[in-house]
Design a protein around this ligand. Structure first.
Ligand code: FE2
Length: 365
């Protein structure tokens, strides 16, 4: 009668308990073995030598290392290049070996070890290995979320004109149809009625591929590395893409940060609904995540914080450098970014509550 639709009685039912994916580490040796395996394959039909890191708790529909984040290991042999693919997912990439050239609609840039760049949604990109070694990158995307929503658009033979994601200057300054649709106030505290034109003509932002060369980023990390151990914030910089505006991201879904912790730094246990994945670029350390102790070192890929699980990280006698990818901007857009800076702190909803205040302003006084 109901075409298979059922009505589920939730009257009086408790909220569902969340099933945190446990913290796991993909070791450097396993990554290196996979890189060699991918390089040993005959050239795949589509030219892509790719392995996606799959968490043991993942139930699909595509491989993922955090529920909403996939990490692909992509290998190009010398002279190989990837063909452009249009996807409505967006990416953040880090080169972890070799060197290459990235070509986008708007610019061409060379990348080498530890360079980071983003790929906006629906912007074709060609990556070429112009060196003598394998060119290997870690590529993080929000594809698992879009796949779960059954709306991941992927076109690997882009020919027709599609949205480039870049603001078209020729339409700037023209009168917009929505200008003829005047907002109608409802009541006196901000509610309004808007015409259809407002739904289909969103204010655009200039979203483009940006590049953070390691040789420009690395010297700045000395500043955070040298900060007092009593600093209550994190010893890092965000690789900020202005297209993410107040959501402080590197892509619309993720921030990428690079941290350089001094020796002997122990972060306070904390939690946030954003999930985090750390790639250890140098040094070693340890974490406690949901009560589970785990150690990691250079070259490891650590699923370091399942959303809303209590965790902290600590350096040892050397310190460490790590790239962290976290789906923080996605949550800000959803008004779902809960953040508890220490277990004694209030639970804040970042983006609408007044945020966390570190002791940065009083250090050195
Ligand atoms: Fe954290």
């Amino acid at each position: 009668m109901n075409n298979g639709i059922t009505l589920v009685d939730l009257s009086g039912a408790p909220a569902r308990e969340q099933a945190f994916w446990p913290t796991v580490v993909l070791r450097k040796a396993a990554i290196e073995t996979e890189i060699e395996r991918l390089a040993s394959l005959g050239s795949p039909a589509d030219g892509r030598r790719v392995a996606s890191v799959n968490h043991p708790m993942n139930t699909g529909p595509v491989p993922a290392y955090a529920p909403g984040i996939d990490v692909q290991i992509i290998v190009l042999k010398p002279g190989e290049r990837s063909e452009p693919v249009l996807r409505n997912s967006s990416r953040v990439d880090m080169c972890i070996r070799g060197s290459g050239v990235v070509r986008t609609d708007s610019k061409v840039f060379e990348v080498e070890k530890f360079d980071v760049w983003n790929t906006p949604s629906m912007q074709p990109q060609v990556v070429e290995n112009n060196g003598d070694d394998l060119f290997v990158r870690l590529s993080y995307s929000n594809a698992p979320l879009l796949e779960r929503l059954e709306v991941h658009y992927v076109n690997d033979k882009p020919q027709v004109i599609e949205s480039s994601g870049v603001v078209d200057d020729t339409v700037k300054g023209q009168r917009r149809a929505r200008d003829a649709s005047k907002p109608i106030p409802i009541g006196s505290d901000g509610a309004q009625l808007l015409g259809y034109e407002w739904l289909v003509d969103i204010d655009p932002v200039d979203s483009r591929a940006l590049h953070w060369p390691w040789k420009e980023v690395a010297p700045h990390l000395e500043t955070v590395y040298g900060m007092d151990l009593g600093y209550t914030g994190r010893h890092l910089y965000v690789l900020y893409n202005p297209a993410t505006e107040r959501r402080i991201g590197t892509s619309p879904s993720f921030f990428a940060t690079i941290a350089k912790l001094p020796p002997g730094k122990v972060d306070k246990p904390h939690r946030h609904t954003s999930a985090a994945i750390n790639y250890i670029m140098w040094g070693h350390g340890k974490s406690v995540v949901n009560g589970e102790k785990i150690e990691w070192s250079e070259g490891d890929l650590h699923f370091s914080a399942p959303g809303w699980s209590i965790h902290n990280h600590a350096s040892r006698e050397q310190g460490f450098i790590a790239l962290t990818i976290q789906d923080h901007p996605l949550h800000i857009a959803n008004e779902s970014l809960l953040w508890q800076e220490t277990l004694k702190s209030p639970i804040l909803k970042l983006g609408t509550d007044y945020g966390v205040q570190t002791n940065l302003g009083s250090l050195g006084e």
